[in-house]
Design a protein around this ligand. Structure first.
Ligand code: 5GP
Ligand code: ZN
Length: 118
């Protein structure tokens, strides 16, 4: 069983922010912003590559509810999902990072030459 499946099964403790039948939101153990939540589907899906529209339809309003509950829906936040090796995905159970609580930096691509893709 993967790490996040163990969190779903409550075999590993997590600081849970919101939960329903299909989705779970908990605080990241190594936060990269004042608010750093991980949102996962309870059923195991490897990554965004494999998500089905029905699960995405459940996750979308759930993530909006998480942002509202934390009071960052009006101040703003960022939703990120890392996919695979280049994306820096460490845990192979689909998760969306919700980052907020401060003005976030945007600097991931400073070394890239975007002209290559134009
Ligand atoms: P990734 O790099 O796969 O996109 O993100 C994995 C995230 O999971 C990281 O931000 C990391 O801090 C977080 N994480 C890893 N292990 C645990 C854990 O056991 N509990 C919690 N709450 N977060 C974890
Ligand atoms: Zn899993």
């Amino acid at each position: 069983m993967c790490l996040f499946c163990k969190i779903v099964e409550k075999e590993i403790p997590a600081n849970i922010e919101l939960e329903n039948e299909d989705c779970l939101a908990f605080h990241d153990i190594n936060p990269k912003a004042p608010i750093h939540i991980l949102v996962i589907p309870k059923k195991h899906i490897d990554s965004f590559n494999d998500i089905d529209p029905e699960t995405m339809a459940k996750l979308t309003p759930f993530m909006q509810d998480v942002a509202k509950q934390l009071g960052i829906d009006q101040t703003g936040y960022r939703v990120i999902t890392n996919v695979g090796s280049d994306g820096g995905q460490e845990v192979k159970h689909l998760h969306f990072h919700i980052l907020g609580g401060a003005k976030l930096q945007w600097g991931h691509f400073t070394d890239a030459d975007p002209r290559e893709y134009l």
